[in-house]
Ligand binder design. Sequence first.
Ligand code: GRF
Length: 207
Amino acid sequence: MSNPFRIGILGSGKGSNFVAIADAIAAGKVPAQIAIVLSDVETAGILAHARERNIAAQYIPPGPFRTKLGEEAERAFVSALRVADVDLIVLAGFMRVLKGDFLRAFENRIINIHPSLLPSFPGLESWKQALDHGVKVTGCTVHFVDAGVDAGPIIGQQTVPVLDNDTLESLHQRIHAAEHQLYPECIAAIARGETSIIGRRVIWRKK
Ligand code: GRF
């Protein structure tokens, strides 16, 4: 048997996407292994969820900035991911923008999930942006991470209807549920080597 495809997951929050990915792996739907979970928030639920499953989980202090990693922190994240020998880095609610050295260290090997149909509603609280704008359909997007914010090549998208009686909470919840399906599917395709990046397009070829 060939070596398992190793993923490193970075998150700052609850970790519901981590749980969906870990459950999909356990159910045999994603041919991968979670090698490490890293967080910039010591009390993040994602670390607790990982430890409950006996998956290596580490808090790395993020440094002095609010929206990016400090230099020392960036080096510590890159080093932990290299030691864990990851093939793919999965951002699951990681609330800091990754910069040059980090991106160069793992070119085309970092993916993110965003709670809207990009390129609509990048940035924060995309479900609120969608509700405020009055769109009838929104959703979620899995994409490769590049130097832009929520900007890299799109791997997969799932639509979610916006209902007339939606509140911020109900719409957010419906998007979250779609994320929990989409993210494991995209990771499985990458792990199987079924995706290739051609310019801005990510092409899926079943193996
Ligand atoms: C998700 O909604 C994702 O789209 C965004 O951060 C949230 C993470 O949620 N990038 P969780 O920590 O996985 O529950």
